[in-house]
Design a protein around this ligand. Structure first.
Ligand SMILES: Nc1ncnc2c1ncn2[C@@H]1O[C@H](COP(=O)(O)OP(=O)(O)OP(=O)(O)O)[C@@H](O)[C@H]1O
Ligand SMILES: O=C(CO)[C@H](O)[C@H](O)COP(=O)(O)O
Length: 419
């Protein structure tokens, strides 16, 4: 059965007819229409079983699709909060829906979590002995069909994976937004889904840092619950065990996606403190692919040169161990990239303007916009280092990409008329 992604009578031709518009097992909604080939050879009017291949024209406004991949607990939600803030308005779960929904909706963006495409619930995974990272625990056919439908303007009934109960809940309606972000473990795993992405990002958090963040999160939780030290020790062991248990599948299915990403934010331990194992001071690298449509990499001082910069001094307050930037061309999985690196952390966020004024191609709409965004969310994790800075910059680049894609679309018919 062929499905047409957007309802349009213009796409009908003499050899096709419409059958009953209906919801299908794939969860399409409303505008979805199923077309069957009318047997023109026999001159019959009934539907045959062979599918009618129809290219449907997209709706008025096509959704721009962004993919964000990372392991669990690697800062996806924090990044999403920074991104939606760039577009203005707060992101909230669907009103009146499932309180355990993983979806976040704002005026411009809808963020869906790919955990919702788990095909096995918690018990199912346990019984089959697979982790959630294993492709066998995820429904990539449904993910592809639904992302494709949303991209072309069709609402879908997306399943919900409930992280509280570990069960698959009844679906929720997702209407096509201006920008759809698919975030989770596998946005770039399936080639069909990957091809739907207008831009992709991978958050590459080194094991040491991942461990430090997880400990911090779990210990804060235990502290809030006022649990004792013995329990915290136990928690530390279980965090370690959980990271270790996920590692083989992480290495096999999640990590390899970074080679497809248009931008990678790599988070490593600092090189400014010898043998640091605290994981508080970070070295963060923004790896930007060259030649990506609608995306021009950020640069420091001079595009294409190799530059090391210590901005500490009169205009930037730095306490131990200081701050070091590096910028230059490189290769990453055989692709030409530009890499911007920041090691260390800011003492005073208001002084970030000094650094911002030395960066180019940051897609700001006014002088100091990066600094303003960082100050606005100073309480978000990573605001004093390269994770917050680079997430903010990538957010601005996505806004720019969205504006370029939409303006080229609205400009295209005009150009055609002129010609
Ligand atoms: N840039 C950062 N610097 C320091 N800690 C961070 C940073 N980003 C995230 N964290 C820590 O990691 C935890 C997880 O962050 P976040 O919820 O954004 O990640 P996530 O990938 O969405 O997680 P999950 O997949 O579990 O929902 C936060 O509670 C925070 O403690
Ligand atoms: O890797 C994950 C994605 O965030 C989760 O572990 C996966 O979704 C399973 O969730 P839960 O542990 O709540 O059953």
């Amino acid at each position: 059965m062929a499905v047409c992604s957007a309802y349009t009578t213009q796409s009908l031709n003499s050899t096709c007819s419409i059958s009953t518009p209906a919801k299908t097992h794939l969860g399409f909604h409303q505008k979805q229409v199923v077309f069957y080939r009318r047997s023109s050879k026999r001159g019959g009017s009934g539907s045959s079983s062979s599918p009618c291949v129809i290219t449907c024209s997209a709706g008025d406004s096509q959704t721009v699709v962004i993919g964000l991949a990372a392991d669990s607990g690697c800062g996806k939600s924090t990044f999403m909060r920074r991104l939606t803030s760039v577009f203005g308005g707060a992101a909230e779960p669907p009103k009146g829906g499932n309180p355990d929904s993983n979806t976040l909706i704002s005026d411009m963006t809808t963020v869906i979590c790919l955990d919702d495409y788990h095909s096995l619930d918690r018990t199912g995974r346990k019984e089959k002995g697979v982790t959630a990272l294993d492709p066998r625990a995820n429904d990539f056919d449904l993910m592809y069909e639904q992302v494709k439908a949303i991209k072309s303007g069709v609402a879908v009934d997306k399943p919900i994976y409930n992280h509280v109960t570990g069960l698959l809940d009844p679906p929720e309606l997702i209407k096509p937004p201006k920008i759809l972000v698919i975030e989770g473990l596998h946005p770039m795993f399936d080639e069909r889904v990957r091809d739907l992405l207008d831009f992709s990002i991978y958050l590459d958090i080194s094991n040491e840092v991942k461990f430090a963040w997880k400990i911090q999160r779990d210990l804060t939780l235990l502290k809030t619950l006022q649990r004792d030290m013995a329990e915290r020790g136990h928690s530390l062991e279980s965090i370690k065990a959980s990271i270790e248990a996920r590692k083989p599948d992480f290495d096999a299915y999640i990590d390899p996606q970074k080679k497809y990403a248009d931008a990678v934010i790599e988070v490593l331990p600092t090189q400014l403190i010898p043998d640091d194992n605290e994981g508080k001071v970070l070295r963060v690298r923004l790896i930007m692919k060259e030649g990506v449509k609608h995306f021009s990499p950020v640069y420091l001082f001079d595009e294409g040169s190799t530059i090391s910069w210590i901005p500490c001094g009169r205009k930037l307050t730095c306490s131990y161990p200081g701050i070091k930037f590096h910028y230059g061309p490189d290769t990453y999985f055989g692709n030409e990239v530009s890499i911007l690196e920041m090691d260390g952390q800011f003492d005073r966020l208001d002084e970030l303007i000094y650094v911002e004024s030395h960066l180019s191609n940051i897609s700001t709409k006014f002088y100091g916009e990066v600094t303003q965004q960082m100050l606005k969310h100073a309480d978000f994790p990573g605001s004093n280092n390269g994770t917050g800075l680079f997430q903010t910059i990538v957010g601005l680049k996505i806004r720019d990409l969205y504006e370029q894609i939409t303006s080229s679309k609205t400009a295209a018919p005009l150009e055609a008329t002129k010609a």
